[in-house]
Ligand binder design. Sequence first.
Ligand SMILES: C[S@@+](CC[C@H](N)C(=O)[O-])C[C@H]1O[C@@H](n2cnc3c(N)ncnc32)[C@H](O)[C@@H]1O
Ligand SMILES: Nc1nc2[nH]cc(C(=O)O)c2c(=O)[nH]1
Ligand code: SF4
Ligand SMILES: [Mg+2]
Length: 193
Amino acid sequence: MEQFYTIQGEGYNAGRAAYFLRLGGCDVGCVWCDVKESWDAGLHPRVAIQDMVAAVLAHPGRNVVITGGEPLMYDLTELTGALKEVGCQTWLETSGAYPLSGNWDWVCVSPKKFKAPLPEVVAQAHELKVVVFHKSDFAWAEQHAAMAGPHTRLYLQPEWSKAATITPLLIDYVKQHPQWQVSLQTHKYLDIP
Ligand SMILES: C[S@@+](CC[C@H](N)C(=O)[O-])C[C@H]1O[C@@H](n2cnc3c(N)ncnc32)[C@H](O)[C@@H]1O
Ligand SMILES: Nc1nc2[nH]cc(C(=O)O)c2c(=O)[nH]1
Ligand code: SF4
Ligand SMILES: [Mg+2]
């Protein structure tokens, strides 16, 4: 759908330069999704893997975030293989609703009530990043943390349109449950892609 070189804004790798490949297509249907224009894959041109790799290599960074849309709607074996071959670090942003494919250095799973993640994908997450839209989402976060591995990093991220009211709740929650960390969408505060 689009590609851009920016700073990873969220989660464990926040602050690091990364080239983003945003793949079109998602049927999860989050009411608050901040990239609804990605949902219909048919609206976006197809791009050859070799052209994506060439675009990455035209930039100094070698961290590549594959996001969407829901990237796991595709078999990502070939794309991640091509990126690894040229020395890239491959980082995934997924809801976990589809089977995991590809070769990853970092897997971020953000579980959604609209289409729950597959337990085996949650189990393979390096990072669980739960968007908090309502206070009931803390229970949803704990339910998925229990399915994750013992070393999975746990993040709570305020839903952007509700950030003013949700962030204070999230701060209190993390102080009471310090296994969790706060993740902010720092790129939105920085006004970068
Ligand atoms: C746009 S999604 C694309 C990748 C994948 N479909 C997913 O949901 O993980 C990228 C990240 O943005 C988060 N996100 C989307 N809309 C958001 C919003 N309004 N506020 C905060 N985070 C949001 C998602 O939860 C996910 O962690
Ligand atoms: N800077 C920046 N960081 C991000 N981290 C995850 C994003 C995404 O939409 O997947 C995202 C994004 O859209 N921009
Ligand atoms: S799964 Fe990701 S891309 Fe799909 S609707 Fe939800 S936030 Fe948007
Ligand atoms: Mg985004």
